[in-house]
Ligand binder design. Structure first.
Ligand SMILES: [Cu+2]
Length: 159
């Protein structure tokens, strides 16, 4: 098959672009721990009050010692608030919304997810630095969006 010289250049240029784009994804995933969502789980946003997990959202310790934080976002707050977790232990956040789309970002860390009504956003992070962190909503959710701020307290673990 005969491929014109210029056509061949453009074909290889397209392949080169693909390599750059895929390489960028691989690099950010490996170096910056940026991950696509890997969890699809639904929950009825109108029945959160009756849900065993979200009726009274809280920090729970699993039998294996890992930490699970169930979070409900609503206009204009996070529950629970403050969230208290230990340092240097994997913490799994399971976030949903009871009304509109919100954000859940632990400022200064890579903990950042959308809270979408009807869905559970889940991710796991380990906080190495004890202290107080600001939890911010980074999706415009209404007239008082700028007041939607919570607190995460990372405690030094006592041994
Ligand atoms: Cu908001």
């Amino acid at each position: 098959m005969n491929v014109e010289f210029y056509e061949r250049i453009w074909m290889w240029a397209a392949v080169g672009l693909l390599v750059i784009f895929v390489g960028t994804i691989v690099l950010t995933a490996a170096n910056d721990a940026v991950r696509p969502p890997s969890h699809i789980e639904t929950v009825d946003p109108a029945a959160l009050a009756d849900s065993p997990e979200y009726g009274n959202p809280a920090v729970a310790v699993r039998p294996d010692g890992s930490i699970v934080v169930s979070v409900v976002t609503q206009m204009y707050s996070f529950s629970p608030d403050p969230i208290v977790v230990p340092a240097n232990r994997p913490v799994t956040f399971r976030i949903t919304s009871s009304d509109v789309m919100h954000g859940f970002e632990v400022v200064g860390t890579n903990a950042n997810a959308m809270a979408i009504p009807g869905y559970v956003s889940q991710f796991t992070v380990t906080f190495k630095r004890p202290g107080e962190y600001i939890v911010g909503c980074n999706e415009y959710c209404g007239i008082l969006h700028h007041n939607m701020v919570g607190k995460l307290i990372v405690r030094e673990e006592s041994r």
